[in-house]
Design a protein around this ligand. Sequence first.
Ligand SMILES: NC(=O)c1ccc[n+]([C@@H]2O[C@H](COP(=O)([O-])OP(=O)(O)OC[C@H]3O[C@@H](n4cnc5c(N)ncnc54)[C@H](OP(=O)(O)O)[C@@H]3O)[C@@H](O)[C@H]2O)c1
Length: 256
Amino acid sequence: MQPEAPRAAPAAYNPAPDLLKDRVVLVTGAGDGLGRATALACARHGATVVLLGRTVKKLEAVYDLVAAEGLAKPAIYPLNLAGATWNDYAEMAATLERELGRLDGIVHCAAHFTGFMPLADVGAREWVESLQVNVTAAFSLTRLCLPLLLKRDDASIVFASDPSGRRPKPYRGAYGVAKYALEGMVQAWAEELEIHPGLRINTYDPGPMRTRLRVRGYPGEDLQTLPQADTAVPTLLWLLGAESRGVSGQALTRAG
Ligand SMILES: NC(=O)c1ccc[n+]([C@@H]2O[C@H](COP(=O)([O-])OP(=O)(O)OC[C@H]3O[C@@H](n4cnc5c(N)ncnc54)[C@H](OP(=O)(O)O)[C@@H]3O)[C@@H](O)[C@H]2O)c1
């Protein structure tokens, strides 16, 4: 089945300061780029944020920023998604339930991307790691957190995606294949979850952003010409908050 044409979230969305009050939101790749910007924004809109990533120093820096602003105390969950197993995700879900008692949202921002390359140049390690981080980890983490999310009457799962997720493009290597698989997974999952109207699942293409991932694809580009990651966050907040109830199975793009 072909995904619908990408939809845009409301332009110039201006979330209420208490949009995510009392909610618990897990953000992967929370130490850098879009994940960092999303984690900070969620905390600033009232959420308790679970900061998941592989570089503890970066996660601690985000934690310190949230703490310095006097916001709800976040949790740090160090995990290298390239090596994490089913048991690791099961343990993580159990820890979240035990320590925080609930989970209202997941934003998958972690991504493995080493640069553009033809598929003929993709080696075994690059293939496995890309599929592992970009698809398998995203699936496994979501799958094992699903029972926790289904206990809420307004929960949201968002996967950061890329144009190659909607239309296969040459030279995107294993990353492009992984994003295409991710979009397919979300389409199928959304239909299966229709019986649970309180849970929505969507993808979001943030567009070009001034991040380390972008540099790996376009090393010669003047990064200053690109928008910062936080400009892509309002749509994610909308997807996490109650105003997007009923929006599921959508491939959204940056607003505006
Ligand atoms: N940047 C763009 O122009 C652009 C355009 C279209 C789509 N996107 C999508 O937007 C999302 C966010 O990208 P970004 O630009 O924010 O990338 P980024 O700045 O490179 O951040 C990616 C994050 O993922 C983490 N990560 C990578 N491998 C991991 C692993 N094995 N285990 C745990 N965490 C891992 C990184 O951790 P470390 O900090 O430890 O490296 C980093 O925090 C991605 O899904 C990407 O495909 C980005």
